[in-house]
Design a protein around this ligand. Sequence first.
Ligand code: AHM
Ligand code: MG
Length: 336
Amino acid sequence: MGETKFEEISVGRGEDLVTLTRWVISQQQDAPEATGDLTLLLAAIQFGCKFVASKVKQAGLINLLGLTGAANVQGEEVKKLDVLANDIFRNALIASGKACILISEEDENAMVIQDKNLRGKYIVTFDPLDGSSNIDCGVSIGTIFGIFKVDDSENPNEKDVLRSGRNLISAGYCMYGSYCEMILSVGNGVNGFTLDPAIGEFIMTHPNIKMPSRGKIYSVNEGNYKHFDEPCKKYVDQVKQKYSARYVGSMVSDIHRTLLYGGIFGYPADAKSKRGKLRILYEVFPMSFLIEQAGGKASTGTQNALDLIPEHIHDRSGIWLGSKEDVEELESFYKQ
Ligand code: AHM
Ligand code: MG
């Protein structure tokens, strides 16, 4: 006895591979008031993304492509993968014990977790599989999520869910593309983590993403040009003189490119879609939060998108997201 020698060791942060789990835990350790609840909630989201990534890869082989035959609350055709992804996230979030209300593109109502033992303090808004029109042809799709806190998890109510985007505490997306990438912000910048399929872990590959203040790409569905209002038409007319066009038609992919390369993405309100197409709580807000956190700008054309307050959980808005100077240039057309 008494022969054991002790020697101190430490792990230098950032000196070796940083997994998403490790990074989230380090954020918790840096916040003295943190309880670890958000860490567990993000672990559930991370699990959901890995699960969906795996199913997306296998979809053509295991009869997961195509329609269910049903329509969702918004009258859109529902794909089999939409339903599966919704179930995966719903189950993972409930099991985490840290969520209180779930608001999904696929569910008509805000879902309150019934079992009080499993009810936490967070509201998660999500589009389980965004880019539905691209699922069956193998083009990149993704999951988008935003996280709010409820005031009183015993008595959640409407004012908890119909709040401005300024109340978001975290947001992110996972892109299922040529590589699978999770982009996450907890309100102090944006980081990107690439899934290493060999070990099943997201590894930090894009630390502290900062957008260029101007880009060279515009991204808008010009098939809708005839419906655009005059300022929007004029902006598109002039931006196409100087920029390249890129439009995937999956918001996650179009935003991922915009985040990394700069430029501008827009889905404006127009004569056909009077309030735009993209939904405020689980498309517009999370992406606006990420873009702002990366130094870019989010605008409806006339106001900051994070200042919107939805009147209904599935409300939509026109949206422009991108490099700060590009979005300001677009806004200048609405001021004229
Ligand atoms: P979805 O949630 O039903 O997939 O719809 C949202 C998608 C976005 O990913 C994308 O930006 C937009 O719809 C594309 O719409 P369009 O096909 O009209 O260009
Ligand atoms: Mg969507």
